[in-house]
Design a protein around this ligand. Structure first.
Ligand SMILES: [Zn+2]
Length: 129
């Protein structure tokens, strides 16, 4: 069964504004929250440490993403305008339970979520928490 993605309004706005700030570069964020049998609940965002310490470049590696039980996936931006996983995304391997991709111009409607098999997941943005 495919999980439903529940993401708070605050976290959604964080992904949107961070992607806009780094445009035309690719932005990447770690998603913090919890997973249940039916859902992935995204409650917060973490900026990967390497993003702060070096020149930002497109085509990040999962090698740089830290591991923590509360880190349930990643979100990254596609400045090019398609929110489908790229070849690089598929080759990179999968981090956590969900991969969120937001495409330019970075709005609610350009956000998509995928599981590790590349299946598109339903996203629900909530105003709580
Ligand atoms: Zn990508």
């Amino acid at each position: 069964m495919q999980k439903q993605i529940i993401i708070s309004r605050t976290a959604t706005d964080g992904i949107i504004s961070y992607s806009k700030a780094l445009h035309p570069n690719e932005a990447i964020l770690i998603l913090q929250g919890k997973t249940t049998r039916e859902q992935v609940i995204i409650e917060g965002l973490v900026i990967p440490p390497f993003a702060l310490s070096g020149p930002y470049y497109s085509g990040y590696s999962n090698y740089y993403l830290p591991f923590d039980n509360s880190y349930i996936g990643s979100a990254h931006s596609h400045p090019g305008g398609s929110n489908k996983p790229s070849l690089a995304d598929l080759n990179r391997g999968f981090y956590g339970a969900v991969s969120i991709i937001i495409a330019h111009p970075y709005e609610d409607r350009t956000i998509a979520a995928y599981d590790r098999n590349g299946n598109k997941l339903e996203i629900k943005i909530t105003n709580s928490s």
